[in-house]
Design a protein around this ligand. Structure first.
Ligand SMILES: Nc1ncnc2c1ncn2[C@@H]1O[C@H](COP(=O)(O)OP(=O)(O)OP(=O)(O)O)[C@@H](O)[C@H]1O
Length: 257
């Protein structure tokens, strides 16, 4: 479980997050939505321990993350940031292997190689393993980074949770891979003690795949819950200044503008 209590983050005089409270369970897909500049990336970075809150606490289980050392943090949580560009020549498998560095003492061992291979299989990268990363398309690069961060937290930790933070993971992916990734995340969540939080802009993706939707606006958590609770006409109007038509049919729930 991940618990956020009274989280506030300020940059100079600007409050980017204002007293956010959350309790996120493992085994569920939590998707953060909200307009540009709402504070979604800032929230993810704070939950991933990449930035230190101005006030408030973030706990992994019963541990305050400020008490978790950098190396230990890197073994239990992985983050996909919005900008992933690498500007030096590496083969695809070498980029994926970077995910294993927090676990490696001197040189990667058989276990690290196996986890990287399995992570690459998961994202259908086997045939690209020896390609120069810089020669890949945007979508291919994105899949390499998914494999890298999955390799980082590949191994379940007995009795403890692993945390995966994905900031706009659907950027660069065509609609086929977008759906494939979301389905894959749902499958991964069947593993014990895995917690995934992602940021998406597509409200219909959130409606279709999220178990829990977090709506941020001006650094505040405006609504949280399932799609019927969060993706209401009123919330969308207030936050995006758009008037949606909400369709509900069988198990489908979607918004048209
Ligand atoms: N270091 C900083 N100093 C001042 N303002 C900042 C700083 N970092 C972020 N901001 C501002 O804080 C706000 C929230 O940024 P954040 O990146 O969290 O938004 P977001 O919801 O992820 O937006 P987007 O959907 O555009 O990616 C933005 O207005 C951004 O310009």
């Amino acid at each position: 479980m991940l618990t956020v209590s009274h989280l506030t983050y300020a940059a100079g005089n600007t409050l980017l997050l204002q007293s956010v409270d959350l309790r996120l369970d493992a085994g569920k897909l939590h998707l953060v939505i909200g307009p540009n500049g709402a504070g979604k990336s800032t929230l993810l970075k704070a939950m991933g321990g990449q930035i230190r809150p101005s006030s408030g606490t973030i706990r992994y289980g019963d541990k305050n993350i400020s008490a978790i050392g950098y190396k230990e943090l890197a073994r239990i949580r992985a983050s996909l940031s919005q900008q992933q560009e690498l500007s030096f020549p590496l083969k695809v498998w070498e980029v994926v292997m970077m995910g294993r560095y927090p676990h490696v003492r001197e040189n990667p061992g058989h276990k690290d190689t196996r986890y990287c291979r399995e992570a690459m299989q998961l994202f259908h990268l086997e045939t690209l393993a020896d390609r120069d990363y810089m020669s890949l398309s945007g979508g291919e690069k994105q899949r390499v980074h998914f494999a890298r961060i999955m390799a980082q937290i590949w191994e379940p930790i007995p009795g403890a949770c692993r945390y995966l933070f994905l900031d706009e993971p659907l950027t660069f992916l065509d609609v086929h891979y977008q759906f494939q990734l979301m389905e894959l995340l749902k499958t991964l969540l069947q593993q014990p003690n895995l917690l995934i939080v992602g940021v998406v802009h597509d409200l219909n993706i959130a409606a279709r795949f999220a178990d829990n939707i977090l709506l941020l606006h001006h650094g505040k958590l405006i609504a949280q819950g399932n799609r019927e609770q969060v993706l209401t006409s009123e919330n969308i109007r207030n936050v995006y200044q758009l008037e949606p038509v909400v369709y509900e049919k069988d198990d489908r729930y979607f918004l048209a503008f």
